[in-house]
Design a protein. Sequence first.
Length: 276
Amino acid sequence: MPDCAAQTTRFAPSPNGPLHLGHALAAIIAHDLARVSGGRFLLRIEDIDGPRARAELADEYRRDLEWLGLEWDEVPAQSTRLAHYSAAADRLKALGLLYPCTCTRKQIEAAGAKPGSDGLIYPGTCRHRPPDPARPAALRLDSARALALAGPLVWEDALAGPQAVDLSGLGDVVLVRKDLPASYHLAVTLDDAADGVSLVTRGADLFAASHVHRLLQALLGLPVPRLHHHRLLTDARGEKLAKRRGSPALAARRLAGEDGRRLADELRRAHLALGT
């Protein structure tokens, strides 16, 4: 449970599909933890996912949140922050911490990459290769070098307690994509700092990502928020709700005349003991 100081939290959806009940729970947790502390709940649209990002969905998300009875302050969308991401990547390049990677997913699989906490662990194929300017390249973080520069680091989860930074289950993550100026890791870390987020709330499936974000905070001199990784909603098969699986949309329930505030209260009672 966070301390009693006023907390700034955020809900940061990507407009690449309709919100579902899992998003509703995530928004409610962030909203309630901010409100109970007398703090602020922010909405940030993470809209740099290339052609998958659909501008019209942002308005649908606002209608969904209002239907649930939530109130928020909106901060600038990611698409307004591209220069900020590029500047941070340039700083990491100047430190010698990024290297170009031209590997495809199939090549990574063929190289015998081992499974990690967030997919396959990149085997370092391009780490010491000379760059090929003729091929599009992502930029990966040299995690061993970055950790050596930063030294031992710890981050704190409100439920799991202090966590020593450990990238062994993640490897050299992508920070700049081949088609975009930032990956999720770089963009969200910079955004949370820029927006003054003091308590990051998100699903337990992103627990491992927090090791990367704490490292980036140290390397870039950013403030360190507390974290709260909450449980996930699952379907009848025990799989987490997800846009890509076609989980039922909140908008469909809203348009069918369901009471959104009642639904929010049901989610609170069934899945949210505040601070857990």
